[in-house]
Design a protein around this ligand. Structure first.
Ligand code: NAD
Ligand code: WQD
Length: 346
C-alpha cells in the first residue's frame, strides 16, 4: 500500500516545516502549498536534508482555486494540515481586512475545494487566543470561544465557527463521507528542531518574547523591553504556557491518527500545562547561553493578559498526546538554531 498523502498548507513556515519533518519521519508523503509570504523555500530544503526524504512543494496561495484544483487532481490527498495564515497580532490591528481575507477567506476557498474533491479531513492551527480573557488562568476546551481582543484572534475564532458548521451540514444530508475536523489550540510554541537547521525566522524586529530574547542573546538586539512588572503573577511579569514546537507537531501526528476513526469537529488545547514568567524565561536564557540578557521593565503592552496556561488533559485522554520536553530543552534548541543562524535563512 502506498503512503498516505498529506497536504500541508503553510508548510514552509515555522511550525509547518517542523510538521513536515514529523510527517516524513512517520512515513507520510508530504505536499506543501505555501505562498512564501512569511517564509523561505530554504526551510523545505533543510527539511529534506534532515529527513533524507523529498517532499513536493507548490508555491501558491490557498486562495488560488486553480492551484488547489491542480494539487487535488494530481494527488490523492488523505488529509490537510492547515497552517497557512498571517499571525502578527499588532499587524492584524493595522490591517484587519488583509487578515480576514487571508485567514478566513483563505480557509473558505480551501474547504470549498476540499469538499469538491471529497477530501474531508482537516486539522486546523487555532490558538489559545480564541478564549479571549476568561476568568480562569487554566484554560479548558469547554470555555466559551469568545472575546478575542484583535483581528488575528477573531479570524481564528471565525474559522473555528465555520469549520464547526461543516459536519452539521453532513448530518442533514447524510453523507457517507463525513467531515472530520480537529481544531488544535496552540499556546506559545517556541524551540526548534534538535539539528539546529530549522527554526523560527521572524521578519524584522520580533513581536514575540522568545525570538526577541534570543536575538538579544546573539547580539542582534540591544535590550529586551519587559511589558509590565506589576501583574498579579509570581514576579509581576506575564506568565505563559511555552510549548516545544516538536512536541506541538507531534500532537498533529496523533490528531491525524485520531481522524481515522471519527467524524465531526473537536477542539484540543496543545500546551505544556505549566506557565513561566518573562523573567523566568530571561534567566533560563542567561543560564543556558552564558550571555547576559539586558532588559528594562516598561509599560504593559495593550491587549496582554497576566497569565494563562493550558489544561491539555483532553489531548492526553483522546489523542494520547502530552509534552515530553521541558523549558531547558526549549531554550537549548532555540539557542542552537539562533546561534548557528543569526540571520535566519538569509
Ligand atoms: P509562519 O508565518 O511561520 O507560517 C505560516 C506560513 O503560511 C508561512 O510560510 C506563510 O508564507 C504561509 N501563508 C500565509 N498565508 C498564506 C496563504 N494565503 N497561502 C499560502 N501560504 C500562506 O507561522 P507559524 O508560527 O508557523 O504558524 C502556523 C500557524 O499556526 C498559523 O496559522 C498561526 O496563526 C498558528 N499559530 C501560531 C502560533 C505561534 O505562536 N507561532 C500560535 C498559535 C497559532
Ligand atoms: C509572551 C509574554 C508579553 C515580547 C502571542 C499571540 C498568540 C500566539 C502566541 C500566534 C507576554 C511578554 C513579549 C517582548 C515582553 N500567536 N513580552 N517583551 O502575547 O502570549 O501570544 O503569540 O499565533 O495569539 O497573542 O506571546 O511571545 O508576544 O508574549 O515582555 O518584547 O512576553 O507581554 O507576557 P503572547 P508573546
Amino acid at each position: 500500500m502506498s503512503a498516505e498523502k498529506i497536504l500541508v498548507t503553510g508548510g514552509a513556515g515555522y511550525i509547518g516545516s517542523h510538521a513536515c519533518i514529523e510527517l516524513l519521519e512517520a512515513g507520510y508523503d508530504v505536499i506543501v502549498i505555501d505562498n512564501l509570504s512569511n517564509s523561505k523555500p530554504e526551510s523545505l530544503a533543510r527539511v529534506e536534508k534532515i529527513t533524507g526524504k523529498s517532499l513536493c512543494f507548490v508555491q501558491a496561495d490557498i486562495r488560488d482555486k486553480q492551484a488547489l484544483n491542480d494539487i487535488f487532481n494530481q494527488h490523492e490527498i488523505y488529509a490537510v494540515l492547515h497552517f497557512a495564515g498571517l499571525k502578527a497580532v499588532g499587524e492584524s490591528c493595522a490591517q484587519p481586512i488583509r487578515y480576514y481575507q487571508n485567514n478566513v477567506y483563505g480557509t473558505l476557498v480551501l474547504t470549498e475545494m476540499m469538499q469538491q474533491f471529497g477530501i474531508k479531513k482537516i486539522i486546523f492551527s487555532s490558538s489559545a487566543t480564541v478564549y479571549g480573557e476568561p476568568d480562569s488562568v487554566k484554560y479548558t476546551e469547554d470555555l466559551p470561544v469568545f472575546g478575542a481582543t484583535n483581528p488575528y484572534g477573531k479570524s481564528k475564532a471565525m474559522v473555528e465557527d465555520i469549520l464547526k458548521d461543516l459536519p452539521i451540514a453532513d448530518d442533514l444530508s447524510n453523507y457517507s463521507n463525513p467531515w472530520n475536523i480537529i481544531l488544535l489550540r496552540y499556546f506559545n510554541p517556541i524551540g526548534a528542531h534538535k539539528s539546529g537547521l530549522i527554526g523560527e525566522d521572524p521578519n524584522g524586529i520580533p513581536n514575540n518574547l522568545v525570538p526577541y530574547v534570543s536575538q538579544v542573546a546573539v547580539g542582534k538586539l540591544d535590550q529586551l523591553s519587559v511589558f509590565g512588572g506589576d501583574y498579579p503573577t509570581i514576579d509581576g511579569t506575564g506568565v505563559r504556557d511555552y510549548i516545544h514546537v516538536v512536541d506541538l507537531v507531534k500532537g498533529h501526528i496523533q490528531a491525524l491518527q485520531a481522524l481515522n476513526n471519527s467524524s465531526g469537529c473537536r477542539a484540543y488545547n496543545l500546551g505544556a500545562g505549566k506557565g513561566y514568567s518573562v523573567l523566568e524565561i530571561v534567566s533560563a536564557f542567561e543560564r543556558i547561553t552564558g550571555k547576559t540578557i539586558k532588559y528594562k521593565i516598561v509599560e504593559r503592552r495593550a491587549g496582554d493578559i497576566a497569565e494563562n496556561y493550558a489544561d491539555s488533559s483532553l489531548a492526553l485522554r483522546e489523542l494520547n498526546w502530552q509534552t515530553e520536553k521541558n523549558l531547558d530543552d526549549m531554550v537549548t534548541d532555540t539557542w542552537r538554531w539562533q546561534s548557528a543562524n543569526p540571520n535566519g535563512y538569509k
